[in-house]
Design a protein around this ligand. Structure first.
Ligand SMILES: [Zn+2]
Ligand SMILES: [Zn+2]
Length: 368
């Protein structure tokens, strides 16, 4: 029988916006994209804005204190998986949303740079759970007992931190360029003991070096600033529709939590540079005429570097099966699910046996 944890809801109340009709704490509701009171059902719309005026100067980031969180925040750290969550100062967290552990402590780490944009949750807690059940049923190789007896842990809505970078680049390069040419060559072949002349076209390459300048503007290079969710799982629930990015509002956080970035703004930029360098190399190879173009040396100047700190929505949970824990996630915007799950040794063995039987029958047919 499927059993659910008693408190199968997000218990961290990360923000505190009171209900005007009963005084309870309202929560962001993914179904109405507004605030909803869990006690009396009172709904309040959130006025979404899309100004996106949040490109910030990368070189000024160290001096720019106005971009830090302006609400009072605390950072909780998990002793088990290392995740750091940003929560309201008055909130007491009792478990880690990323691994379910209760070994969490308040740190004196500051909450860092405040997000400028986010994609609000569009998939509700109930919808995420339904998607998960559908997903586990669809896995042929999972044991049948799993589908009936897993125990689902608390499911938490977490905004995962990302950076985006823009930069105007200008590069000086040296390329090796190879052009094909053909020569007619005659050689002697021997057939049945007789010599014969064969004439053919042979391709050769003439190489030379060129140097030049290349400019390219890069817009919104996306870098994940978190290590808490397995990259493999996260990859499978992508993409996010970044066109839905909305200006950050405290209301979207109500009932949800934000993970603190663990990749710094500077580390993120060096990852972004690797992506841009690849783009520049491809751009140069396309723009230089020649049959083969290889970049031999490259020196790039990055100007007008700006960044944004954005948050993307993920439902995170895990389930227990035979004393093991398996993590799974649901994309909070699209509902796509991915997770780890146990494999049934019995089902895999019977599949292998069926394949062997088929091969054997085919073999008998061919042989007869
Ligand atoms: Zn109320
Ligand atoms: Zn944890």
């Amino acid at each position: 029988m499927t059993s659910f944890d008693e408190q199968n809801t997000v218990v961290e109340d990360t923000q505190n916006i009171k209900c005007p009709s009963c005084g309870g704490n309202t929560e962001y509701d993914p179904e109405t994209l507004g605030l909803k009171c869990p006690f009396c059902g009172h709904e309040m719309p959130i006025e979404a804005t899309f100004d996106h005026h949040v490109e910030l100067d990368f070189n000024e980031a160290g001096n720019n204190l106005q971009h830090l969180w302006n609400e009072e925040k605390r950072v909780f750290s998990c002793g088990n998986c290392g995740a750091e969550s940003v929560l309201d100062a008055h909130v007491v967290a009792d478990f880690c949303s990323f691994c379910g552990s209760s070994h969490i402590t308040v740190t004196d780490q500051d909450a860092g740079i405040q997000p400028g944009l986010l994609i609000p949750f569009q998939v509700s807690n109930e919808q995420a759970q339904a998607k998960f059940k559908e997903w586990i049923k669809g896995h042929f190789f999972a044991p049948n007992t799993l589908k009936k007896t897993y125990r689902l842990n608390k499911i938490s809505g977490a905004y995962l931190p990302y950076w985006t970078y823009d930069s105007q680049t200008s590069s000086q390069y040296v390329v090796r360029v190879g052009n094909y040419y053909y020569v007619t060559e005659t050689r002697t072949v021997y057939e049945d003991g007789k010599a014969r002349q064969v004439t053919e076209q042979v391709r050769k390459i003439r190489w030379h070096q060129e140097s030049g300048n290349y400019r390219e503007f890069f817009d919104d290079i996306l870098i994940k600033a978190s290590h808490t969710v397995e990259p493999k799982l996260l990859q499978k629930v992508q993409p996010f529709q970044l066109t839905s990015l909305t200006d950050y509002k405290v209301e979207y956080m109500s009932g949800f939590l934000a993970e603190r970035y663990s990749v710094s703004l500077q580390q993120g930029f060096s990852e972004a540079k690797d992506i841009m360098t690849q783009g520049i190399v491809n751009g140069i190879e396309r723009s230089v005429a020649g049959d083969i173009v290889e970049v031999a040396s490259l020196s790039t100047d990055y100007k007008d570097i700006t960044y944004k700190h954005i948050l993307l929505p993920i439902w995170i949970s895990s389930f227990h099966f035979k004393e093991k824990i398996y993590q799974f996630i649901v994309n909070g915007q699209t509902g796509k699910v991915s997770g780890n799950y146990p494999l049934s040794a019995m089902k895999i063995t019977s599949l292998v046996i069926s394949i062997l039987i088929v091969i054997f029958i085919v073999y008998l047919f061919i042989d007869s």
